[in-house]
Design a protein around this ligand. Structure first.
Ligand code: SF4
Length: 63
């Protein structure tokens, strides 16, 4: 499983960081940075909830 962020779509609202700050951080550039691109399979539900929380669908899980 890989977390993919489309920084061109991200508007820096930080919902993902609020949901899972071990995976996401909104940088000084106003865009999301994925801190852990390859979360453990046991974290799938958690990571998916954060991905779904993005209001502009800038995040997705692959694999
Ligand atoms: S929730 Fe979406 S728009 Fe907000 S910082 Fe995360 S990726 Fe960007």
């Amino acid at each position: 499983m890989r977390i993919v962020a489309d920084t061109g779509t991200c508007v820096g609202l930080g919902m993902c960081e609020a949901m899972a700050d071990e995976f996401f951080e909104v940088g000084d550039d106003g865009h999301v940075h994925v801190l852990d691109e390859y979360p453990a399979e046991t974290d799938r539900e958690f990571a998916d909830a954060a991905v779904q929380a993005c209001p502009v669908a800038a995040l997705r899980l692959e694999g």
